[in-house]
Design a binder for this molecule. Structure first.
Ligand SMILES: N[C@@H](CCC(=O)N[C@@H](CS)C(=O)NCC(=O)O)C(=O)O
Length: 227
């Protein structure tokens, strides 16, 4: 088993919400790490060596062991530095529920939101409606709580944190509205709780870079919109 004291490196990309969640987890646990920015349009040999299957960031390297896939990395971090700020609930059923909602949120809400941003017309409208429905399910989950983790930030808050700062950029770039404060007042309050929390507010990507990157993605799929 790896020692907690071995060196930690994170191959990351500033605009990636799945990389950002790993940084938040490391910071919450108080783990020192070396940040390595990757150019995802011109991938380094290091990335291709460390994540030969998907060739994507994030990759966490602990000692000499690489780990890919952000949610797998988050669980690894939680298990390795288990006494420092546990992220997943201790009860197996609560843990299973947390994993269920993370999977739902990643597949339906995050991926759906991204697809909506790069889509246009009827296709975009259909996607926006699907993602809004997903958001309403998350609204039920957080009603009456400050954070998804209860009184303090937990695994779900880290996994869903992208909603607080990337979603508004996707909405702006895609000319769409997904998070409706009247329909999702608890999520809207949570967004504010996250954005004023010291962990998150000091570790967010610059908005201009997020806008530029996401416009670049939308343009790739709809070049005519950018003439
Ligand atoms: N399911 C993966 C998604 C990773 C992913 O899509 N990373 C993007 C950055 S947001 C990437 O490396 N893209 C490069 C590419 O698609 O070639 C995770 O959660 O880690």
């Amino acid at each position: 088993m790896g020692s907690q004291n071995e060196e930690v490196k994170l191959l990351s990309f500033v605009c990636s919400p799945v990389c950002r969640r790993v940084e938040w987890a490391l910071r919450l646990k108080g783990v020192d790490y070396q940040y390595i920015e990757e150019d995802i349009f011109n991938k380094s040999n290091l990335l291709l060596e460390l994540n030969p299957v998907h060739k994507k960031v994030p990759v966490l390297v602990h000692g000499n062991k690489p780990i890919a896939e952000s949610l797998v990395i988050l669980e690894y971090i939680d298990e390795t530095w288990k006494h420092q700020y546990p992220l997943l609930p201790q009860d197996p059923y609560e843990r299973a529920l947390t994993r269920f909602w993370i999977k739902f949120a990643d597949e339906k809400v995050m991926y759906g939101g991204y697809v909506a941003m790069i889509s246009i017309g009827d296709e975009q409208e259909k996607k926006v409606n699907e993602v809004r429905e997903g958001m309403e399910k998350l609204e039920e989950l957080i009603k009456g709580k400050r954070f998804f983790g209860g009184d303090k930030v937990g695994f779900l808050d880290i996994a869903l944190g992208w909603i607080t700062y990337v979603l508004p950029v996707w909405e702006e770039v895609g000319c769409m509205k997904i998070l409706e404060p009247q329909k999702c007042p608890a999520i809207s309050a949570w967004v504010n709780n996250i954005l004023t929390h010291p962990l998150f507010k000091d570790c967010l990507p610059p908005k201009d870079e997020l806008l530029a990157y996401n416009h670049r993605r939308r343009k790739q799929f709809n070049p005519a919109l950018y003439h």
